[in-house]
Design a protein around this ligand. Structure first.
Ligand SMILES: Nc1ncnc2c1ncn2[C@@H]1O[C@H](COP(=O)(O)OP(=O)(O)OP(=O)(O)O)[C@@H](O)[C@H]1O
Ligand SMILES: [Mg+2]
Length: 364
């Protein structure tokens, strides 16, 4: 799959601007705050229907305006597509070749993208919620049954929590409701846990392959999956713990509290990894996800590398660039604030890159 061009109107610091991608590799270069990441953000909107960074759609409108629009020209399996995303007054629309896309969940995955950005470090540093969201997003793109189970589980969980909370506040409610919802959640919970376990097992060999290709040594890396209800039958647990759930006013255990641990050797990456090792781990994790997504979608997703040269030494960066220029990968768009560094490293890796110079919201 190829992105040929993207057009930004009143998006972040861009008034009206077209960016063309004539090469397989493009480097967006420019000083801090010039608008490099904003171009990647715009591409994320077209593929994922939302910004990659945490932030509201409203904040993506150029200050002082009340509307933004982004359109992109894609080529996939020999066919051209125009994808357009507009946002105004709380309403976001996605159109593909002029046709309105009603369900965003159906659009996601049609133009697959993998972004690697500095804020990914929160996957290592923050709590389980970040890691669950990351793996859930990946799994949802590769397995629609998983997505359905997850939606069903989360919906019923909210209902169960509401019933627990209202019973805690007034005992006159329906006391059978929490167990009724628990029975409803049991099937999806079991399948979600099974699928998470299966997916991690599939991911680990790829993670190791990419990590050793980047780091160039035999350090083993791994992800371990920690189900909150390890070894328990969900429905039995929820039934026998109903009283403590009632006191808490919510479901205190279940797959919604599962976690994953990132390991370098047998040490936890969060506590023992250096910044460069953590970054290498995250890149390997994302590339493993890329490969799974690529196999299943049958196209090479777009790879967006934001500030990829920060924190990694020259050898690792060079290994990474060589790898993504291989046949398992497709189009790559990267950013860097140092032109010299970007040119030197891509030269060393033997890449032929198109340069897009960004200056204060203008493409030169
Ligand atoms: N809604 C908005 N309206 C106007 N300007 C905005 C808006 N949102 C962000 N900006 C501006 O966009 C600029 C940041 O752009 P961006 O993050 O793309 O920079 P960058 O080139 O990636 O910089 P760095 O090298 O530091 O990562 C900031 O100067 C910011 O003030
Ligand atoms: Mg940036």
């Amino acid at each position: 799959m190829r992105l040929l061009s993207v057009k930004l109107n009143d998006f972040k610091n861009y008034t009206g601007q077209v960016v063309r991608f004539g090469h397989r590799f493009t480097a967006l270069l420019g000083s801090n705050g010039s608008g490099k990441t904003n171009v990647l953000e715009a591409i994320a909107y077209l593929c994922l229907t939302r910004s990659y960074a945490a932030g509201s759609d409203q904040n993506s409108i150029r200050s002082g305006q009340d509307f933004f629009s982004i359109s992109g020209e894609f080529e996939k399996s020999g066919q051209r597509y125009e994808v357009k995303c507009t946002y105004t007054q709380g309403k976001k629309e996605i159109r593909v070749d002029g046709k309105d896309c009603k369900k965003f969940s159906e659009h996601i995955g049609k133009f697959p993208v993998v972004m690697i950005a500095p804020q990914d470090i929160s996957l290592v540093w923050d709590g389980g919620e970040e890691r669950r969201r990351f793996f859930d997003q990946l799994l949802s793109q590769v397995n629609k049954n998983y997505l359905e189970d997850l939606i069903h589980y989360n919906h019923t969980l909210r209902q169960r929590n509401a019933s627990l909370k209202s019973l805690r506040e007034s005992a006159s409610g329906d006391h059978d409701l929490p167990d009724f919802y628990a029975a409803e959640m049991n099937g999806p919970a079991l399948r979600i846990m099974q699928e998470r376990e299966r997916f991690i097992a599939e991911l680990i060999p790829l993670l190791n392959l990419y990590y050793s290709s980047i780091a160039g040594l035999g350090e083993q890396v791994s992800v371990s999956y920690h189900p909150d209800l390890q070894g328990l039958v969900p429905i039995e647990h929820w039934k026998s713990n109903r009283d403590s759930d009632l006191r808490a006013g919510r479901t205190t255990a279940g797959p919604h509290l599962d976690d994953y641990q990132f390991l370098l050797g047998d040490m936890e990456a969060r506590r023992f990894g250096s910044q460069g090792q953590q970054k290498s781990f995250l890149i390997a994790l994302k590339l493993a996800g890329y490969e799974i997504l690529s196999r299943l979608s049958g196209v090479h997703p777009l790879l967006l590398l934001d500030d990829i040269f920060e924190k990694m030494d020259e050898d690792r960066t060079c290994n990474l660039l060589k790898m993504v220029s291989g046949k398992n990968f497709g189009q790559v768009i990267m950013t860097d604030s140092s032109r010299d560094r970007a040119m030197a490293l891509s030269g060393k890796a033997g890449l032929e890159i198109g340069v897009v110079q960004v200056k204060n919201g203008l493409i030169e």
